[in-house]
Design a protein around this ligand. Structure first.
Ligand code: DPP
Ligand code: ZN
Length: 864
């Protein structure tokens, strides 16, 4: 396989001015006719005599240049594309190709999902539709005509505005579309089918009326309202916070059941995984609603950060994804609870991103090389990318950040840009030097920020000694690290301080910047002995290493004025038991929990986060020795201990918060349910009526959150009633694919020796379908990612299950197979016995015939 390097970027030799496409849709034999107006790129060296166009799996039916049919010596075709052997400065290329969408199980390009046609072109799927310069820096004006059977496909959609439609012979009809905004081909979309429509409208702040159309499978309209509300909220939010208005007159979203990603921001025609559209209170959990709101927002926000300004090349993916994730995080923070959202986002960084940064696929947020671009749609590019944007926001403030955004759009609207362009706009708009900051874009690995401190009472000075350290080989330069901090006094008070160096005068919270490998920061005017509370709100994606005593941690957990750091102190306290094996500390954890849970002034959503014990992925990542068995055992022990020690508190909370009749989805109700269900989980270790309560909650439930919690607790605690509940849940929901994904996922995540057998049975159930990515993720990815103990079974059977699934899936969907292969990223840190099993399984994978480059890239790096 070929490796592509960022340093090799060259502008395209030719540009495409307009594209005219005609689709004659047929599931097994679709004809795609294309007419490209090409001209030499004035920015190229002007020497190219040949032109290469990408194209994969296309059967060429006809080819013309300037209306002259080409003969075989005029062009060459291989498995990657078409080379035109002699080209002039300006010409029209016409091609006609045939493709087979019904047999496209890779779900890239044009494919059939259910009874409808749909597309997925990012990153490089357009080349499976027609011959094209499939790269994001070629922006063109698209005209699209779709022809299909009128009865089966009454709806024919593409990007932009509808120009025309009408009937054809043989019960066929056509629709024509024009997208006035220049776009790269990865933003092209087409949908054809018979769908239900939820229509609405949005009036922009300048008074323009936008038609909103949400298309779902027949019979699913009762699960579509929330997505529409989310869309309108997102449009209003982007106007208010970023002053960004929608540009076309029509915004369409189509939900499809077979989709590799979460959703896709195609211009004017988003295509979504049903998982991020369909939900009503009976079928979707509180978490589903939050996810839908955030993904609907994310794709909408891409219209400016992604579509109006796109990426010059795929190495710049974080330009649009990091920025857009940051924007969707802000949207959720503004719609819901800012502090709780921050905790949830940081958990993703610590459990998944830190692990990726420490594993074989580690890469900077702007990668330097790839074999298969699809492998780089990662938590690093997306979520660490968002943390890097967040640091800019922290450094520049809301106003400065917005000034930077305006300049960015002013400079780059309608074109393809780079990460450097973005940073330059932020820097120039604020006269803020970001040269050193840019190492966040070029270095991989997670830096550790070590802090020691001493207090000089006579001078009222607190000295903070920082040292930063990054073990990754790509990281030789020190980072520019914003650290928000406050000081907690001995009476739970916040103690004010000053810093001449950082322009802080008598503040209770302030921002300092660490730029040196070793650096001392003096805080002046500190009137008493304090505990520093550092990296508040996780102002940088680093590991903070500070040597608090157990008492200090417990104290911060009770008193830190920053909600995020308060939660973090609780997590650190638990790690003292889980990783550092301090047995005696469990009493203080229970004590701290009791105080927190009895404090009426604290929000229940926050309490629910605090009582969650760190997950095994995070623990494994944080444990220098990666002792799987001990972590699993100690986590169980702690949970059981807390269940029993706080017996009365859990059942009191449950009884107080349980409202079987509560159908509300507002923040308080969501928070109450979260804490109540966490309590029910802990009650399993003590309450004698536990099983009866679980059954009752399951039977009375009107909301999926309630029903699923009961179902999940019954399974995870292996209650006697578990199999009955599992069957009842199936009987009720077997015809709702998204609910069945939950049913599969919970069974796959049970920590029981029997789970492997269960998975073997489930994969033959009629609700399972290995060609559907949601099903694969529900059963196999959940098992590998969330069932830590069974995936890492010492006999290697968990690894074998996943390796065999990878081999099977790689036959038809490389992208999904490669994602599953990433589950082995912790291999290097495993003990010898487990490592041997992983290697054995991965060798089987790498020896597979016709292994995709996607899986090859992941597995070969893991085996290195
Ligand atoms: N559809 C993916 C996303 O929105 C890739 N652009 O993040
Ligand atoms: Zn995105």
């Amino acid at each position: 396989p070929v490796t592509h390097y960022r340093k090799d970027y060259l502008p395209p030799d030719f540009l495409i001015e307009t594209v005219k496409l005609k689709f004659e849709l047929d599931p097994n034999a679709t004809l795609v006719s294309s007419e490209l107006m090409l001209r030499r790129n004035p920015q190229s060296d002007g020497l190219a005599q040949k032109l290469f166009l990408n194209g994969e799996g296309l059967t060429l039916k006809a080819i013309f240049i300037d209306d002259e049919e080409l003969t075989e010596k005029d062009y060459d075709i291989d498995e990657s594309g078409l080379t035109l052997n002699r080209v002039s400065d300006r010409f029209v290329l016409k091609t006609c190709v045939e493709i087979d969408p019904a047999n496209n199980a890779a779900l890239e390009g044009l494919y059939v999902s259910g009874d409808k046609f749909c597309t997925q072109c990012e990153a490089e799927g357009f080349r499976k539709i027609t011959f094209y310069m499939d790269r994001p820096d070629v922006l063109a004006e698209f005209f699209v005509r779709i022809e299909a059977d009128k009865t089966q496909y009454p709806l024919l959609l593409s990007n932009g505005n509808k120009l025309d439609s009408g009937d054809l012979s043989e019960n066929k009809h056509y629709t024509e579309w024009h997208d006035p905004f220049l776009k790269p081909c990865y933003l092209f979309a087409l949908v054809a089918g018979d769908l239900d429509l939820l229509a609405d409208e949005f009036v922009t702040h300048s008074g323009r009326k936008i038609a909103l159309e949400l298309y779902v499978d027949k019979g699913k309209l009762d699960q579509s309202q929330f997505a529409m509300e989310s869309l309108k909220n997102a449009m209003a939010w982007d106007e208010k916070r970023y002053n960004l208005e929608y540009d076309l007159d029509l915004y369409m979203i189509v939900a499809v059941g077979d989709f590799n990603m979460g959703a896709m921001e195609n211009k004017g025609l988003n295509i979504f995984n049903t998982k991020y559209v369909l939900a009503n209170p009976a079928t979707g959990t509180d978490q589903d609603f939050e996810n839908i709101e955030s993904v609907i927002g994310h794709e909408y926000f891409h219209n400016w950060t992604g579509n109006r300004v796109t990426c010059r090349d795929w190495f710049q993916l974080s330009l649009k994804e990091g920025l857009t994730v940051f924007r969707d995080q802000q949207f959720t923070e503004d719609m819901r609870s800012k502090a709780v959202k921050r905790i949830d986002d940081v958990k993703v960084i610590r459990s998944y991103q830190f692990a990726e940064d420490a594993g074989p696929m580690a890469h900077p947020i702007r990668p330097d090389a790839y074999i298969e671009m699809n492998n780089f749609y990662t938590v690093t590019v997306y979520n660490k990318g968002a943390e890097v944007i967040r640091m800019l926001h922290t450094l520049l403030g809301e106003e400065g950040f917005q000034k930077g955004m305006s300049l960015y759009f002013k400079r780059h609207d309608g074109s393809a840009a780079t990460c450097d362009d973005f940073v330059a706009a932020m820097s120039d708009a604020n006269q803020f030097n970001l040269d050193q900051f840019k190492y966040w874009y070029s270095q991989a690995g997670t830096p550790t920020l070590r802090v020691d401190y001493d207090y000089d009472e006579s001078n009222q000075c607190l000295k903070l000694h920082f040292s930063q350290n990054n073990a990754h080989e790509s990281a030789s330069e020190p980072y520019f690290i914003p650290v928000k901090l406050g000081l907690v006094g001995t009476k739970g008070n916040q103690v004010s301080f000053s810093s001449a160096e950082f322009g802080l005068t008598n503040v209770e919270e302030g921002l300092i910047i660490v730029t040196q490998p070793n650096q001392t920061v003096n805080l002046e005017g500190v009137s008493e002995e304090v505990i520093p509370s550092l990296l508040r709100d996780f102002t940088a994606p680093v590991k903070l290493d500070i040597n608090y005593s157990d008492q200090q941690l417990a104290y911060l957990f009770a008193n830190d004025g920053n909600t995020f750091n308060r939660w973090d102190a609780g997590q650190r306290l638990m790690q003292r038991f889980l990783i550092d094996e301090e047995d005696s500390i469990k009493e203080s954890i229970a004590e701290a929990f009791r105080a927190l849970l009895n404090d009426q002034s604290i929000d229940n959503a926050f309490k629910a986060r605090c009582v969650q014990i760190p997950d095994l992925k995070t623990l494994f990542e944080n444990d220098p020795n990666g002792r799987i068995d001990s972590l699993i055992e100690r986590r169980k022990t702690l949970k059981k201990f807390l269940g029993i020690a706080l017996e009365d508190t859990w059942s009191r909370l449950y009884n107080q918060l349980h409202r079987a009749s509560d159908l509300d989805l507002d923040g308080v109700s969501v928070a109450n349910r979260a804490l109540k269900n966490a309590s029910l989980d802990y009650m399993a270790f003590s309450s004698e009526q536990h099983e009866a309560i679980v059954i009752k909650q399951f039977e009375d439930a009107k909301l999926m959150t309630e029903e699923l919690s009961a179902f999940s607790i019954a399974n995870h605690h292996e209650l006697e009633v578990a199999s009955k509940i599992t069957q009842a849940f199936y009987d009720k929901w077997h015809s709702e694919p998204l609910v069945m994904d939950k049913w599969l996922a919970i069974q796959a995540s049970v920590d029981s020796l029997d789970t492997l057998n269960r998975i073997q049975t489930l994969r033959h159930d009629r609700v399972f379908n290995i060609k559907n990515p949601n099903k694969v993720r529900a059963l196999f990815s959940t098992f590998a990612a969330l069932n830590f103990s069974q995936f890492h079974r010492i006999d290697g059977a968990g690894y074998r299950l996943i390796a065999e699934a990878i081999i099977e899936i790689d036959e038809f969907n490389n992208q999904v197979a490669a994602n599953l292969a990433k589950q082995f990223s912790s291999a290097a840190k495993l003990d010898d016995a487990r490592k041997m099993h992983v290697q054995q399984q991965l060798k089987k994978v790498i020896d597979k015939e016709n292994l995709s480059k996607d899986v090859f890239e992941v597995v070969s790096k893991t085996l290195e």
